[in-house]
Design a binder for this molecule. Structure first.
Ligand code: NAP
Ligand code: F7E
Length: 347
């Protein structure tokens, strides 16, 4: 049984990747942070105590800020593959907590790479780095490829650029099988609720169910290349199965604006987005990334991968999921209202 270690296993991508690796019969180890609330909803169904859960998933307390623990875990687990997905991944928030964001995404990456080396696993362990299209920032060409120069526009993107080069450096210095996936935005019903796509699908469906009256957004002109997260984790695995490590753009080669996303999402519910969306400058960023469009030709050529879910289908699957969620919320709110127990309703 091959062993994989995932940092960021509780996140959107970590949860889909864990499912994929379990299905491929890996022993899956995940690093989780201790916090006062145990938020494991995305991976709960995989854990041994869950009915139908699997005995091949193991969680370990740790933090990418803590080099001692990272060293200890990697030395103990001795994984065949490491997927480094942990990060403070919200670009807007990285302007509020720049040092922390960089410590986790940049130095955290170095901690993991160094732990693999210190454990004597440079030749045994393959490494995947969650690099990001945000590194292209103020884009130097359209569409972006593996050769396009980086111009990061946020603390998050600067940290990811460091992590990208650290991965290349460990490959070149120590012959490690270390690869970067330069993933463009990818979304799903598991996307965090403050990223713009999920914020829109949650709000549109809640508005439809009478739970909310408006949606506050920042820049509607930004364009993104949005794909489906569940498909994107397959590329992570594929990259580590190649004989040679390498860096790949993962994208759909289609770009839409935040405004397009609103129109599509509200439209699916028979609503006109212009009636509900209000501008709020709090959601603007000090420096914006205006246009991302990725060319995944290399991934297709070498890995045989290409995206199947396109923009409209992606919006539809997110809306369908969130509509069910909003309908349940509305039923619950109605129950508390009818029984005169509004005060007791959980947030
Ligand atoms: P996400 O949902 O925000 O998940 C981030 C994960 O990192 C969570 O499991 C989180 O744990 C963990 N984490 C945060 N701080 C940590 C720390 N100090 N130590 C250990 N773990 C920590 O992100 P995602 O969308 O799945 O993205 C996965 C990775 O790909 C991230 O590195 C992201 O930057 C990168 N990426 C994402 C996209 C995208 O469009 N989604 C595109 C390109 C690259 P908690 O649950 O405890 O918070
Ligand atoms: O913003 C605009 C915002 O936060 C997309 C992360 O996964 O993908 C993600 O980063 C666009 C930006 O994603 C709101 O200004 C307008 O132009 O959904 P987002 P992101 O910043 O592209 C990359 C590839 C990553 O690597 C990151 O980890 O939408 N926008 N109004 C808004 N964005 C948010 N969040 N909230 C708004 O109200």
């Amino acid at each position: 049984m091959r062993k994989a270690l995932i940092t960021g296993i509780t996140g959107q991508d970590g949860s889909y990747l864990a499912e994929l690796l379990v299905a491929k019969n890996y022993e899956v180890h995940g690093i989780v942070r201790r916090s006062s609330t145990t938020e494991r909803t995305r991976i709960e169904h995989l854990l041994p105590f869950h009915p139908g859960g699997r005995r091949q998933v193991f969680l370990h307390y740790g933090d990418l800020a803590n080099s001692g623990l990272i060293m200890q875990l990697i030395a103990e687990i001795r994984p065949d593959e490491v997927y480094n997905l942990g990060a403070q991944s919200h670009v807007r928030i990285s302007f509020d907590v720049p040092e922390y964001s960089c410590d986790i995404a940049a130095t955290g990456t170095l901690r993991v790479l160094e732990a693999i080396r210190a454990a004597g696993l440079t030749k045994k362990c393959r490494y995947y780095q969650a690099s990001s299209s945000e590194m292209y920032g103020k884009v130097q060409e359209v569409p972006q490829t593996e050769m396009t120069k980086f111009w990061p526009r946020s603390p998050y993107a600067c940290a990811k650029a460091f992590a990208y080069w650290a991965t290349v450096n460990y490959r070149e210095s120590y012959g490690m099988h270390a690869s970067n996936g330069i993933l463009f935005n990818h979304e799903s019903p598991r996307r965090g609720e403050t990223f713009v796509t999920r914020k829109i699908t949650r709000a549109a469906t809640r508005i439809k169910c009478g739970l909310q009256s408006e949606l506050l957004l920042g820049n509607l002109d930004a364009r993104r290349d949005w794909g489906y997260a569940k498909e994107y984790v397959e590329v992570m695995w594929l990259m580590l199965q190649q004989e040679q490590p390498d860096d790949f753009v993962v994208a759909t080669n289609e770009s839409n604006s935040v405004r397009d996303f609103c129109a599509e999402a509200f439209g699916l519910l028979g609503l006109d987005w212009k009636e509900f969306v209000r501008y709020d400058e709090r959601y603007e960023r000090p420096a914006e990334v205006d246009l991302l469009l990725g060319n995944p030709a290399k991934a297709k050529r070498i890995l045989g991968w290409e995206p199947k879910v396109r923009f409209k289908e992606l919006v539809k699957l997110m809306i369908e999921h969130d509509l069910k969620l909003a309908e349940r919320e509305a039923e619950l709110a109605e129950f508390y209202r009818r029984t005169g127990r509004e005060d007791e309703q959980p947030n």
